[in-house]
Write a protein that binds this ligand. Structure first.
Ligand code: RI2
Length: 293
């Protein structure tokens, strides 16, 4: 598929979810490399892909890493191998998160999740496949109802899952004795604050008030090197018609920022870290991006 088509599928959310966006964009760049694209044309493709969605840092991280590898390796076969290796490393990171995260889910746990994070659901499914008896409450996640995907995916895996409307979170937390909240991330800042689907910060606030653990499952590719430079990620505002087609004035932000004070743990492929340790992940694994511009 062409770079333009891939960007369009990401923008329209036909391809969505922070990791899937990143991997799909890297695959589009890989096709270009296989077609013999030179560095200037790869740079152009990277620009088109990065503009598709602004709030998931996994997208520029993946695209820029493919560019970095391409500049570093002139030989086409080596380039292809390295980019394929990078894409494979993302699949492995996901497996590792599921395995590590499953240790945090205990027998009898009642969980709540928001939106549709395949990182979060992979943790839940891994715990379920270990035989833990768990229940999950999943928010619908207006306006695009990604929670329906969560419901279908977890049901299919045999997990006991119940759908709730977004505004039922606070009530459900205490009424259903939720033990833990687990969500995904689109971007993790150097200070440990997390950007995720709109409403996540309200879920975290309610969890904080109800003294419920709040966990974020995320690959390190969603950590923001730009935040080391003090640059904030743009919060995407989407088409008002996603919310209502009759209203003249609609504000439709797709994401919000959950402060680190409301996050207990971040589950990454490198282990479970407190949000404050985001700095170390960035320094160790993403300094190439700052060097490369
Ligand atoms: P995974 C999604 O954004 C949600 O905010 C979700 O929590 C996050 O990406 C991470 O998704 P959108 O694409 O990579 O639905 O864990 O706007 O699947």
């Amino acid at each position: 598929m062409s770079v333009e088509d891939t960007a369009e599928r990401i923008q329209s959310m036909e391809v969505r979810g922070a990791l899937r966006i990143a991997v799909t964009a890297a695959e589009a760049m890989l096709s270009e490399i296989m077609g013999g694209a030179d560095i200037p044309s790869l740079e152009r493709s990277a620009g088109v892909l990065k503009a598709a969605r602004p709030s998931a840092v996994s997208l520029p991280n993946a695209v820029d890493y493919v560019l970095y590898l391409s500049r570093k390796h002139e030989d086409e076969n080596t380039r292809i191998k390295r980019v394929e290796g990078f894409i494979e490393s993302q699949r492995k990171a996901r497996q590792k998160i599921a395995e590590i995260g499953s240790h945090l889910i205990e027998e009898g746990d009642v969980l709540l999740t928001h939106c549709n994070s395949t990182a979060a659901t992979s943790v839940i499914k891994a715990a379920h496949s270990l035989g833990r008896k768990i229940r999950v409450f999943a928010t619908e996640s207006r306006p695009r109802y990604q929670g329906h995907l969560t419901y279908k995916d977890l049901s299919k895996a045999g997990v006991d899952v119940t759908l709730i409307v977004d505004s039922a979170v606070n009530f459900t937390l205490h009424e259903k004795n939720i033990d833990k909240v687990i969500v995904g991330a689109d971007t993790v800042y150097v200070n440990g604050d997390v950007i995720n689907k709109i409403g996540t910060s309200q879920v975290a606030l309610a969890a904080h008030v109800n003294d419920v653990d709040f966990m974020v499952a995320t690959e390190s590719i969603k950590f923001s090197p730009q935040s080391l430079l003090g640059i904030q990620t743009q919060i995407e505002e989407r088409d008002p018609r996603e919310v209502a087609d009759f209203a003249e004035q609609v504000f439709n932000p797709a994401f919000d920022v959950t402060p680190k004070e409301h996050i207990h743990q971040i589950i990454t492929e490198y282990g479970v870290i407190p949000p404050e340790a985001a700095y170390h992940i960035l320094k160790e694994h993403y300094s190439w991006r700052l060097e490369d511009g």
